[in-house]
Unconditional design. Structure first.
Ligand code: NAP
Ligand code: GDD
Length: 329
């Protein structure tokens, strides 16, 4: 049978890596994009000739059903969400519509159009929030600390519920933070590496950040999309924690990134209370032993390698951008 995948959120960081992986596995890949006045496919440019993009929105059930009718997917990956935690305090209702109820819209459309398709839901370690135990496993209770985290808890449980109610092959991947040179620039990892590159190029003097003490279990996005795919290749649907099993503070990330560029972070980083959150997730740490045992999954890229690759990519991008100016001068 032809393997056909439909990805929501294909224009995002994870969507681009997942599309690459599925194309190399021989899938016909469809992606849902929402209408915008300008095309938003920068992360996909190198893949566009191989993809079929369909216009739909998680807010609009009819468009989701039409996309499923057209793609007739064997696998659906729901990566679309309002994914930036601070924005969820500014737009809590919109976040709930996209990130929580959007999951039900898609699951229900799937139930009606192609109930045999396998379904992946992009759940998050933000659901653990004020952690009840450490490290966190599939059975650790949730205590979300942001409207985003609350919305993801809903998305997780509605996925489990459709599996239990309708026998659908629906999996929830509880993924810890994962980064890459394609990460959005508002997330702390990319904000740091882009900031380092700008300081290195003499474009900025300072980098303004919030809480440097928060700790995250950071991995590389390319490794994590492999885990998503593996979940849908199993005999039975299930939920899995995906992370590296190591935690690092924001300050450690900052120090490594600046040092890699030959800079002293203490001379450039300014603490700005604007970037503190109303409620913080202090520390996250994954126990991904179930994924290791059942999926054979483990991360390939270390924390240090990932930080260095992100810094190098941002410095190289600015060097490329500066070249035409140098020629003109
Ligand atoms: P991202 O870069 O922010 O991408 C989000 C995607 O969702 C974009 O393609 C965006 O489209 C799309 N989207 C947003 N609202 C939509 C709507 N109403 N209808 C259709 N599409 C919509 O996020 P990511 O880092 O790739 O993460 C992918 C998923 O994993 C998200 O659900 C995120 O919450 C979850 N997650 C991420 C991490 C992580 O560390 N990266 C960890 C755990 C879970 P536009 O391009 O049009 O904005
Ligand atoms: N964004 C940002 N900007 N975060 C900062 C800053 C800053 O200037 N300064 C310190 N931080 C701290 C935040 O307070 C937080 O503790 C940590 O850096 C990580 O922030 P983000 O990179 O914005 O990611 P996140 O952990 O809130 O959420 C990401 O990971 C989740 C999985 O745990 C997102 O990708 C979510 O979509 C994802 O579910």
């Amino acid at each position: 049978m032809e393997k056909r995948a439909l990805i929501t959120g294909i224009t995002g960081q994870d969507g681009s890596y997942l599309a690459e992986l599925l194309l190399t596995q021989g899938y016909k890949v469809y992606g849902i994009v929402r209408r915008a006045s300008q095309d938003n496919c920068q992360r996909l440019e190198h893949l566009l000739p191989c993809l079929t993009l369909l216009q739909a929105d998680l807010l609009d059930q009819t468009s989701l059903m039409a996309a499923l009718e057209e793609a007739q997917p064997t696998e659906v990956y729901n990566l679309a969400a309002q994914s930036f935690v601070p924005a969820s305090w500014q737009q809590p209702i919109l976040t709930a519509e996209f990130t929580a109820v959007g999951v039900t819209r898609l699951l229900d459309a799937l139930r009606k159009v192609c109930p045999q398709a396998r379904f992946y839901q992009a759940s998050s370690s933000e659901m653990f929030g004020k952690v009840r135990e450490s490290p966190q496993t599939e059975t650790t209770p949730f205590h979300p600390r942001s409207p985003y985290g609350v919305a993801k808890v809903y998305g997780h449980y509605i996925t489990v519920n459709y599996r239990e109610s309708y026998g659908m092959f629906a999996c929830s991947g509880i993924l810890f933070n994962h980064e890459s040179p394609r990460r959005g620039v508002e997330f702390v990892s990319r904000k740091i590496t882009q900031g380092v590159a700008r300081i290195k190029h003499g474009l900025d003097e300072e980098l303004r950040l919030g809480n440097l003490e928060a700790k995250r279990d950071w991995g590389f996005a390319g490794d994590y999309v492999r885990a998503m795919w593996l979940m849908l290749q199993q005999d039975e649907p299930d939920d899995y924690v995906i992370g590296t099993g190591q935690t690092h503070s924001v300050e450690e990330f900052v120090r490594l990134a600046f040092e890699h560029a030959g800079l002293d972070w203490r001379r450039h980083v300014v603490i700005d209370p604007r970037f503190y959150r109303p409620a913080e997730v202090d520390v996250l740490l994954a126990d991904a032993s179930k994924a290791r045992r059942k999926l054979g999954w483990q991360p390939q890229m270390s924390f240090e390698q990932m930080v260095y690759a992100m810094v190098d990519a941002d410095i190289a991008a600015l060097s490329r951008a500066a070249k035409p100016q140098a020629r003109a001068a």
